[in-house]
Design a protein around this ligand. Structure first.
Ligand code: CA
Length: 622
């Protein structure tokens, strides 16, 4: 997430907050079930019990109640009251407790409210929390912009944003989880193996929150996308087709309409309490050994935008709340991984605890953090077991490789050869685990790889970048629409980067799912991407192989991936000129005088020299 897409539509309405909070404070004199507005988490699982379970209760003057439990199998370890008497937090010791339902008893005067609470049996089987790695290709889509499977939920009564309007870039367009479910076969046909959807949790904001990064309830799927059950079904159906699901989480900030902000337990739950203090967006500061204290503090503790207040993760109640939320979604929906938004803006001790907790519970699980900086040292700082001097251990297995994105975009455009790619990868020693970096050409916060129509008509540029992305080290991520060379320049606004996927709406004249009305260049881009993806899927050489490369000669970059003695050799002419390369230099990676070119399906003779057309590519198997 990047600050440029702050949402002025939201800012204008922040003033409503107090009025809404006042309306919610209804007149209740005795404790009834209806007095309890939220119980979070609403249920839990027996066996996930290494630390006491935090149960947050929110309702009228719950702090006045004396809590007890109807069972001896569970005990109250700690009762926490806050300045705001509408909150009560119980820490329950559930160690060894079997699956069961018991009552939380809240005695207030002569009344005792029974609040049923369930400890469910844990998930069984192996098709959840599977993690993702370089054997996968992640497909990033924005649910509001991918496919509208259910026009009836485009607007939902009672939510603050009243309209959906496809003509407005900042409005909701109606895409939803049903739309994604209806097209699961598309992902298989394309050849990607994991879905990352931008956040699907409730964003009940007055406007501009179609992207999902202003969460107002961490335990509820936004009803415009579907229900919690729809999400659970989506994950299950995706798993049935061999596709993993990565959930996008936001721990740094929430939407200002979140009940925990509007009516916060106490001022310590958010940095600067209710007072808006803008972050400086200095993502370098946390890893900068020279950083001024004030700069570092403002980076981490300032608000993302006025309507995205900053969680105080140093507050242990906040930390527990967020950490439990992730576990809840793993167990409830069976997700395979998490993408964490704006990772460096989160208190680092808390985010490390979060990563380590999930890794301990789910050893195969993977988390990718967005650490948007322009150089490998500061990206490396955020990866688990980093050996950057002074790095703390983040516990974060995967970090986004923003520097490589910049380079792949630049070399594709300037046609000056691929030395910058070689030079960057030659510095991979800085990374604790370069194979676990998330690599990409673009995402929802950047210009699309094809920024304009000129770039979108340049097949060579596209083929070069896609080949590099899908054959170099790392876990590749594609952004929806890039497979058909959709274009968009961030300079013209985020809405353009997040265009509706053609075919996702009834009446679309262009339809990627059926191939209807695609331009020839789009069909060619799709087929090229599909060919590479299908070849890559299950290919252990690419998933696990070593990388050995040579400094480009005349702009031609040559590298080998190798696993269990089996090589793949990639040769790319990164220039607009034809080149002829003497092959003697590459003898150590060329085991034979002939090879099979995956892209053309032809056999290539490797004797003496090899000629390349402008931007020519060979993807060789032996
Ligand atoms: Ca819809």
């Amino acid at each position: 997430m990047q600050h440029e897409f702050s949402t002025p539509g939201i800012s204008r309405t922040c003033g409503r907050i107090l009025c809404i909070a006042a309306v919610l404070t209804v007149f209740c004199v005795s404790l009834r079930a209806t007095d309890i507005r939220k119980i979070q988490p609403a249920f839990w699982w027996a066996g996930i019990d290494s630390t006491p379970l935090q149960v947050l209760l929110y309702g009228d003057r719950l702090a006045d109640a004396e809590p007890s439990l109807s069972t001896g199998a569970v005990s109250i370890r700690e009762t926490v009251r806050f300045a705001n008497p509408d909150y009560l937090i119980l820490y329950l010791d559930i160690q060894g407790a079997a699956p069961q339902t018991f009552d939380i008893l809240l005695k207030k005067g002569k009344h005792t409210e029974r609040v049923p609470y369930e400890l469910r049996p844990r998930r069984t089987g192996t098709d959840y929390a599977q993690g993702f790695d370089a054997g996968d290709v992640v497909y990033l889509l924005m649910p509001d912009r991918f496919a509208n499977g259910n026009p009836d939920n485009d607007t939902v009564a009672g939510l603050l944003e009243k309209t959906a309007d496809r003509t407005r870039p900042d409005s909701r367009h109606g895409g939803d989880l049903e739309g994604v479910m209806q097209h699961l076969d598309y992902f298989s046909r394309l050849g990607v193996t994991a879905l990352w959807m931008t956040p699907v949790l409730e964003n009940d904001m007055p406007g501009g929150s179609y992207h999902g990064y202003a969460v107002t309830d961490y335990y509820r799927i936004d009803p415009r996308f579907g229900s919690n059950e729809t999400y659970r079904q989506l994950v299950e159906q995706a798993h049935g087709k061999g596709i993993k699901v990565i959930m996008d989480m936001v721990f740094n900030h929430c939407g200002s309409e979140n009940f925990l902000f509007k009516d916060m337990p106490d001022a310590d739950w958010f940095n600067h309490g209710k007072q808006y203090v803008q972050t400086n967006y200095e993502t370098l500061a946390p890893s900068d050994v020279h950083a001024a204290d004030t700069i570092r503090a403002l980076a981490v503790n300032g608000w993302f935008t006025e309507c995205m207040p900053d969680w105080n993760q140093c507050n242990r109640y906040v930390a527990d709340y967020l950490i439990q939320n992730s576990i809840w979604w793993v167990e409830y929906a069976g997700i395979d991984g998490i993408r964490q938004d704006t990772h460096p803006y989160i208190d680092s001790a808390m985010s490390a605890r979060w990563c380590n907790t999930l890794s301990a519970l789910y050893p195969r699980f993977n988390i990718v953090g967005e650490a948007w900086t322009g150089n490998n040292v500061s990206v490396a700082y955020w990866q688990k077991n980093s050996w950057v001097p002074d790095a703390f251990n983040s516990g974060l297995p995967t970090v986004m490789d923003f520097p490589l994105m910049d380079i792949l975009n630049r070399v594709a455009t300037d046609g000056q050869g691929l030395y910058p790619v070689y030079s960057y990868l030659a510095q991979d020693a800085v990374y604790a685990d370069p194979m676990r970096l998330l690599t990409f050409l673009d995402n929802h916060d950047t210009s699309r790889f094809c920024r304009n129509e000129k770039e979108a008509s340049d097949r060579n540029r596209f083929r070069q970048a896609m080949t590099l992305l899908l054959t170099l080290r790392g876990i590749p991520q594609l952004y929806y629409g890039t497979e058909i060379m959709e274009s968009g320049d961030k300079a013209q606004g985020d809405g353009l980067l997040r265009k509706d996927f053609p075919g996702g709406w009834a009446g679309d004249t262009t339809n990627v799912f059926t191939g209807t009305n695609l331009q020839p260049r789009q069909q060619e881009a799709f087929r090229f991407t599909q060919k590479l993806l299908q070849w890559r899927r299950g290919n252990e050489v690419i998933a696990r192989g070593s990388l050995k490369h040579f400094p480009p000669v005349n702009g031609v970059y040559v590298y080998e991936r190798k696993y269990n003695g089996r090589p793949v050799v990639v040769m790319l002419n990164g220039t607009a000129c034809g080149q002829t390369l003497p092959l003697g230099l590459y003898r150590e990676i060329l085991p034979a005088k002939a090879a099979h070119d995956v892209l053309t399906g032809t056999d290539i003779t490797l004797d003496g020299t090899l000629s390349f057309p402008p931007y020519g590519i060979y993807l060789l198997e032996f």
